[in-house]
Design a protein around this ligand. Sequence first.
Ligand SMILES: [Zn+2]
Length: 291
Amino acid sequence: MVKNIFLALGLTLPLIGCVTTTSPVATTKNYSVDSDTYQSTGKSQRIKTIVLHYTVSDNERSIKTLTTGNVSAHYLILDKNDDKIYNLVPESERAWHAGEGGFSGRTILNDTSIGIEIVNAGIKPEYRDALKNGDMDYHPYEHYVAFDGLQIKKVAQLVQDIARRYDISPKNIIGHADMAPSRKIDPGAKFPWERLYFDYGIGAWYNEADKQEIMNRRTLVAPSVQEIKQAFRKYGYQINNSDEWDKPSRDVIYAFQLHFRPQQPTGNMDSETYAILQALNMKYASRDDFY
Ligand SMILES: [Zn+2]
């Protein structure tokens, strides 16, 4: 009917779209927010985890990838001799750095973590194809490119600051590999977790004496695969339920070794690796709050 009337008035068809019948949006405000009178005690920080990465490319390409693509990070630390750290995503927003995986019982870590990208080439160019012919499953320590000293100082001070502000528990300061062991190996074997712990009080590390004591115990029965996997879960790693050290399970061992025994990352379970895992579980509570 409306159309006919418009046509009868001699108006052209495109104008028909302008005929609308919306009611006005209410603008009167009937509430005020009082943030002072009552306060809840049951609350905690939204940020629970810090995930460290390396970019596997140079300064220029890292900037381009992290600022124009569909991957990002809260912070970027270039391989440059200056005091700058670039903040690419506000801490209050999600950066797209973690992807699938989990740690400490949390998945979708982009929701609850701060991501820090460090410019580093990762595996040395001459070793990039080393796993392709099937002679080895995992890169040894020597294949990784060392980090620049100033970069590490900047990472350490930034992590210190973030961890303090959000009260992040030491074992939730992790590498990308720790949360996604079958997809990622960054920040690699040359990221100095031990130095960060001893020089800056950052992250988790085991007591050497506990490790030695555990290794010296004479046990008659070797721990079962399931027992060892349970110890990984207790610490926070996601690991499958199979009764063997299949590839996904060995990926977890490798990620753990990259972090806690970086000079010998093999992907194979051995008594020292298990002793380190047990020593960590002795020292750190199994889970943080889940509310
Ligand atoms: Zn990463």
